[in-house]
Design a protein around this ligand. Structure first.
Ligand code: FES
Length: 67
């Protein structure tokens, strides 16, 4: 679904950006241009960003102990 008509950004684009490390609306704006035109998409983009962030699983870094 299109979230931002001005910049042709979909919810999938936002989820992909979050998976790549985007964490805030400002970062999303810089990455995709969301909410940089008329701004009416900002609330919806923020909701999708929050939802996608809460589902993101960060990789676990294995650090062996020096036992
Ligand atoms: S719909 Fe996103 S800036 Fe206009």
């Amino acid at each position: 679904m299109y979230v931002c008509i001005c910049k042709s950004v979909t919810d999938r684009d936002i989820r992909r950006a979050v998976a790549s490390g985007v964490m805030t609306l400002d970062e999303l704006r810089n990455a995709l241009g969301v909410a940089s035109g008329c701004g009416t998409c900002a609330d919806t983009a923020q909701i999708i960003l929050f939802e996608a962030s809460s589902r993101r699983v960060d990789p676990v870094v294995y650090a062996p102990s020096a036992a």
